[in-house]
Ligand binder design. Structure first.
Ligand code: I3S
Length: 128
């Protein structure tokens, strides 16, 4: 059986580096500020960490891995959003609370995997 056969530990679905910017907070538009983010999809949440490589050596410690922010995927909406950026391979994630994020990768196959995996979590939560 799997190490999580009791279902108590949220399963890590995916992790990797993506370009990220928040574009709205509670429905209010924000100014874009793209940065590279370490993105982790675990359980019902998408969790963002600062890219370790963008930090100074002295500021980066393994125990320093406090998430920057976390997004509840229940009721969230996912849409391709190439009209919202000059960058390619961009999608928009909108939470029920009206927070909106753009996520982007130069690698099309990679961003498609992220889109599909996040969408499958949203679909699973919709069915609950
Ligand atoms: O959608 P926008 O406003 O054209 O987004 C661009 C700007 O946010 C720009 O910063 P400032 O104009 O605030 O200095 C960013 O540097 C660009 O990356 C934004 O556009 P893209 O097309 O990269 O999402």
């Amino acid at each position: 059986s799997s190490p999580d056969s009791d279902g108590c530990t949220p399963e890590l679905e995916k992790a990797g580096l993506l370009n990220k910017t928040k574009i709205a907070e509670g429905g209010r538009k924000l100014r874009k500020n793209w940065s590279l983010s370490w993105v982790v999809l675990v359980g019902n949440s998408l969790v963002f960490f600062k890219d370790p490589k963008s930090q100074t050596p002295s500021s980066w410690k393994p125990g320093n891995s406090r998430p920057e922010s976390s997004v509840d995927l229940r009721g969230a909406q996912l849409n391709w959003a190439n009209d919202l950026s000059s960058k390619k391979n961009v999608f928009k994630l909108r939470t029920v609370t009206g927070n909106e994020f753009l996520l982007q990768s130069e690698t099309e196959s990679l961003i498609r995997e992220w889109f599909n995996t996040i969408q499958s979590v949203i679909d699973r939560l919709d069915r609950e």
